[in-house]
Design a protein around this ligand. Structure first.
Ligand code: AHR
Length: 500
C-alpha cells in the first residue's frame, strides 16, 4: 500500500504524559520472586533484587509501577508484608492458587522503585477488607511520623514517607473471578466512602476507581455509569483493562486491536462525561488504562480448566507468554493509541513487567532478556517527548472480522522544541507500505534515527536459547528531503523515526 501522513505542530492533542509509560508488578507467578527478587542470584544486591532486571527495567523506560496487584489485591493484608522478614506470615493467594511468603512488601518494593527511578501506584483491598485497613495503609505509607503506623514504618527502616500519590480502589470489581466481586452499586458505594475517607487524610491523593475488566464484560458501560454516579466527586480516574490476542488464526483482526482500544476509550470517556454533565460538575474524570497488553488468555483459561495439579506452590510459573513479532507490532500500536488519546488517558500500565505476560523474562539463577514487545515500548518511551500531534493519515483500509474496517497504516507523532518522533505500523500481511510524511509543519530537517521491528517470520520469538532472535534494525529507507520523509514499512512491522 501507499500512505501519506500530514503532521503539523499546531495539531496538538495533549502533552506526552510520562505516566503513559507505566507498568505493573503483581505478586503473581514469578513476577516478584525470581523475577525482580532473587537473593543468591549472581546479580542480586544486598536487598536480594536482581540488578540485571533493574538494568532492563531502566532501559524499558517504564515510569509508574502499579503494585501489588491485580487479582492478588483482593486477598491481601498489607500488614503481612512489612516488618521483620522472618516474622512475616505465609498465606494462600486464592486468586492465583499459590503461596505468598511476603518476603517482598511495601518497604522493599519502594526501595526497588528507587533503583529503577519509578513512581509507585498502590492498590488497596476494597473487596475483602474495608475503609480502616485502607486508611491504615495510607498512614503507614505517607504519614511523616508521630503516629503508631508511621513510627512503625520508621522502626521498620524507612524514615521518609513513601509519599504515594496514585491509589487504586481495588481491582476489577466487576469480575466474577474476583474474591469479593460486587455489583456496580455496591462497589460504587464502598469506593466512594473509601475515597472520601482517604481524602480526609490527604486531599492531594489521585484516586482510581475500577472501571470494567474489558469492553466485552456484560456490564460494560452501565458499570462505569453506576460506579461514577457514586464516586464522581471523590475520584480522579476511572480504570480500563484490555488484553488482546490472535484468535482462530485471524491475524488481520489481531493487528487491528488498537481500533478496539480506541473504541473502549471513547465509550468510557463519553460515559464519564455523561455522569459529569448530569451532575453539572466542573470536574473531569480521566482514564487510567492500568492494564493493557497482549495476553494468550484463552490458552491460559483452557490450561486452568485442565489443571489437575492443585498443589499450593511458591512462585509457580504462570502466564509466562512468549511474544512474537506480531505481538510486538500490536503492543507498539496499542501504545500509539494511548499516546493519541493523551487528552483523556493520562495514566497507563503495561501489564505486567517481569515474567508474567511481560516484556522482560528471567531464568532462576540465569539470565534476564528482552521479549519482542520490550522494544516498541522502550523506544517509544525514549523518543516520545513534548506534545502529541494528531496525524492526518491517508491510507487504504482492509476489512477485519472482529473490528470492521481498519487502516493498513497507523501513526502518531510527538514534537518537542528541538526534536520530533513519528511512530508507525504497517498492518498489511504481504506488502511493504510506501509512506510519505509531510513534516514541514514540524520544522524538522533531518532523520536522526529510524528503527523497524519486523521479521519474515511474524511468529519469531526471543527465548532463553535465542534471546536476541528478534531486535529492531535500522531502517535505511527513511530519508527526509524537501519537508517530506519517505520510508518503507515491511509487512507486519512497527517503526519509530526520530527527527531534528
Ligand atoms: O494481569 C493479570 C491479571 O489480569 C490481573 O491480576 C487482573 O487484574 C487481570 O484480570
Amino acid at each position: 500500500p501507499r500512505a501519506h501522513i500530514e503532521l503539523d505542530r499546531k495539531a496538538v492533542v495533549a502533552p506526552v504524559r510520562r505516566r503513559t509509560f507505566g507498568s505493573f508488578v503483581e505478586h503473581l507467578g514469578r513476577c516478584v520472586y525470581t523475577g525482580i527478587y532473587e537473593p543468591g542470584h549472581p546479580s542480586a544486591n544486598e536487598d536480594g533484587f536482581r540488578m540485571d532486571v533493574v538494568d532492563l527495567v531502566r532501559e524499558l523506560g517504564s515510569t509508574t509501577v502499579r503494585y501489588p496487584g491485580g487479582n492478588f489485591v483482593s486477598g491481601f493484608r498489607w500488614e503481612d508484608s512489612v516488618g521483620p522478614r522472618e516474622q512475616r506470615p505465609v498465606r494462600r493467594d486464592l486468586a492465583w492458587r499459590s503461596l505468598e511468603s511476603n518476603q517482598v512488601g511495601l518497604d522493599e518494593f519502594a526501595r526497588w522503585l528507587k533503583l529503577t527511578d519509578s513512581e509507585l501506584m498502590l492498590a488497596v483491598n476494597v473487596a475483602t477488607r474495608g475503609i480502616l485497613p485502607a486508611l491504615d495503609l495510607l498512614e503507614y505509607a505517607n504519614h511523616p511520623s508521630g503516629t503508631t503506623l508511621s513510627d512503625l514504618r520508621i522502626a521498620n527502616g524507612t524514615p521518609e514517607p513513601h509519599d504515594v500519590r496514585m491509589w487504586c480502589l481495588g481491582n476489577e470489581m466487576d469480575g466474577p473471578w474476583q474474591t469479593g466481586f460486587m455489583t456496580a452499586d455496591d462497589y460504587g458505594k464502598i469506593a466512594a466512602r473509601t475515597a472520601a475517607a482517604m481524602r480526609m487524610a490527604d486531599k492531594d491523593l489521585e484516586l482510581v476507581v475500577c472501571g470494567s475488566s474489558g469492553s466485552g464484560m456484560p456490564t460494560f458501560g452501565d458499570w462505569e455509569r453506576t460506579v461514577l454516579e457514586h464516586t464522581y466527586e471523590h475520584v480522579d480516574y476511572v480504570s480500563c483493562h484490555a488484553y488482546y490476542q490472535e484468535l482462530d488464526g485471524d491475524l488481520g483482526s489481531f493487528l487491528a486491536s488498537a481500533t478496539d482500544m480506541d473504541f473502549f476509550i471513547d465509550t468510557v470517556v463519553a460515559t464519564a462525561d455523561h455522569v459529569g454533565g448530569k451532575k453539572r460538575s466542573k470536574k473531569r474524570i480521566d482514564v487510567s488504562f492500568d492494564e493493557w497488553n497482549v495476553w494468550y488468555l484463552k490458552e491460559h483459561q483452557e490450561q486452568e480448566a485442565r489443571e489437575t495439579d492443585l498443589e499450593w506452590r511458591h512462585a509457580p510459573r504462570k502466564l509466562e507468554d512468549v511474544y512474537t513479532v506480531a505481538d510486538a507490532v500490536v503492543v507498539g500500536n496499542l501504545l500509539m493509541t494511548l499516546l493519541k488519546r493523551s487528552d483523556r488517558v493520562t495514566s497507563a500500565s503495561l501489564a505486567q513487567l517481569v515474567n508474567v505476560i511481560a516484556p522482560i523474562m528471567t531464568e532462576p539463577g540465569g539470565p534476564a532478556w528482552r521479549q519482542t514487545t520490550f522494544h516498541p515500548f522502550s523506544i517509544t518511551s525514549r523518543l516520545a517527548s513534548g506534545e502529541v500531534i494528531r496525524p492526518v493519515i491517508e491510507a487504504p483500509v482492509y476489512e477485519t472480522a472482529r473490528y470492521g474496517e481498519a487502516s493498513l497504516v497507523d501513526a502518531v507523532a510527538t514534537v518537542d522544541e528541538d526534536r520530533a518522533a513519528v511512530f508507525l505500523v504497517n498492518r498489511d500481511q504481504r506488502e511493504t507500505a510506501h509512506v510519505t510524511i509531510d513534516v514541514r509543519g514540524l520544522g524538522s530537517s533531518r532523520v536522526v534515527e529510524a528503527l523497524t521491528l519486523a521479521d519474515p517470520d511474524v511468529y519469531a520469538k526471543n527465548t532463553l536459547a535465542e534471546q536476541d532472535r528478534v531486535t529492531p534494525a535500522a531502517n535505511a529507507s527513511a530519508t527526509l528531503a524537501d519537508g517530506t520523509v519517505t520510508v518503507e514499512l515491511p509487512p507486519v512491522s512497527w517503526t519509530a523515526i526520530a527527527l531534528r
